[in-house]
Design a protein around this ligand. Structure first.
Ligand code: G3H
Length: 253
């Protein structure tokens, strides 16, 4: 049975004062019955990991370099993330693919580096509105999975986040049927490539305008094992109800 995961991506938001939200979240959720992850900006990782110690909250990065070390000004390696206390890293988010031109091949190398450093890689995939309107959604997701996911993964080292680009930060959410179709497709792709055991063990997150008001219905969709939440993860008062909705949701076989 896959353990559910509520992951918050703070993106480029938050200075030291934001740690109060992390502490408030830890207090509010207690021991929630699902995994909870906060991915703050790199500048806050070390302090966030310290603030989360002894709580149910794990800490993750938002990107890493594919190399272990070297002349890469401004970049952070997977081992450096792990050294701060991070256990996960988000990779291939559509904002990084768009802002930094990250390719599937680069995301794959980053995921390999993350796993080698002992981190769980959360690999993001998702179609643009033009791709959906053209009927290309599954082809795009299939190509991203094939290109971005390394060959050696397990349910412990890989999480996939399906984030339709057009749903991120827009308040627009796919229909439950659309979410179910893509999650079912991702599950089938993973099972085809990695076999039944690994395919069934990898957790699949939905991301894109998840809020307390819509979390429950999204978590009821088959093969949705949790969420990758942006805006609504910044405040404990918004994220805690999403964690509670996930913990209360039925486990998917
Ligand atoms: O990583 C998180 C996603 O990009 C979703 O962001 P959002 O919840 O603000 O739409």
């Amino acid at each position: 049975m896959r353990r559910k995961l509520a992951a918050g991506n703070w993106k480029m938001n938050g200075t030291g004062a934001a740690l109060a939200e992390l502490e408030a979240l830890a207090q509010t959720i207690g021991t929630p019955g699902c995994d909870v992850l906060i991915c703050p900006p790199a500048t806050l990782l070390h302090r966030a990991a310290r603030a989360a110690q002894g709580s149910a909250i794990a800490i993750g990065g938002q990107d890493c370099h594919a190399a272990a070390s070297g002349a890469h000004t401004g970049d952070v390696s997977a081992a450096m993330l792990a050294d701060t206390g991070a256990s996960h890293v988000i990779l291939g988010h559509s904002e990084r693919r768009a802002d930094h031109g990250e390719t599937d091949a680069q995301v794959r190398l980053k995921a390999q580096a993350a796993i080698a450093a002992g981190l769980t890689a959360i690999v993001c995939v998702g179609e643009t509105l033009a791709q959906r309107d053209a009927g290309d959604t599954l082809a795009v997701i299939g190509a991203q999975l094939a290109g971005s996911v390394p060959d050696a993964v397990t349910g412990a080292t890989l999480v996939i986040a399906y984030e339709p680009v057009w749903a991120i930060g827009t308040g627009k959410v796919p229909t439950l049927a659309q979410i179910g179709e893509v999650h079912g497709f991702i599950r089938a792709q993973l099972t085809d490539r990695f076999g039944m055991q690994t395919g069934a063990a990898v957790r699949l997150l939905y991301g894109g305008s998840v809020k307390p008001a819509n979390a429950g219905e999204i978590f009821a969709v088959g093969d949705v094992d949790g969420a990758l939440v942006g805006g609504a993860s910044l405040k404990a008062a918004d994220f805690a109800p999403i964690v509670a909705a996930l913990a209360a949701s039925r486990a998917h076989p």
